[in-house]
Ligand binder design. Sequence first.
Ligand code: AMP
Length: 222
Amino acid sequence: MNLILLGPPGAGKGTQAKLLETLYGITQIATGDMLRAEVKAGTPIGKQAQAIMASGALVPDEIIIAMLRSRLTGPDCAAGFILDGFPRTVPQAEALDQMLDQAGLSLDAVIELKVDDAALTDRIAGRFSCAQCGAGYHDEWKTALVPGVCDVCGSHDFVRRADDNRETVAARLVAYHAQTAPILPYYAAQGRFFQVDGMAPMADVTREIEIVLATLPPRDGK
Ligand code: AMP
């Protein structure tokens, strides 16, 4: 099963993608995570992307598209993938269609997590995660059961993303509305486009997505 999760930063794409990975045995492909790995490794892509990411703007399409090209057909995607954070522009959506065509693949569903902008800054500014296992936490809504110790793996190391601060979040939301929101009608016109309430509790969002996936219309009228 091949899916795209769409929505602004803080909509819950990463959280839901991780849950769907487990539920459906498919692989999360998060371009933001791929870029952060490039930055950490100090690669040429990482060096180009670092300042752009810190400003909240989008990394140029050519870099992202080249980075993603070989990823979709990797052996870990044999059962399918969930794209999280890609595509973010209409040219990226068009390039994805071409890549899928060439690989003989297609999308089963494009799901938008709908959220209020007003809630996003608080969601993002308070979030952090376990440096070892990636479990997500929030200063106000999801603290560790034992302060300073990860509930999942017991690690004492936690990390916050450099771009999860109020100023950068504002720029990321501007980029979302200007450059990413136009891909919603692109996918709506293709069909197999669904909207889920991303403001609902996490488990309810997952359940809504499961309902969408369980009731997908047949392809090509079959
Ligand atoms: P994310 O982890 O998805 O919030 O992405 C973090 C940052 O990485 C974004 O604010 C962009 O600067 C960059 N980025 C991630 N994915 C893309 C993409 N598909 N196109 C352009 N920039 C991206």
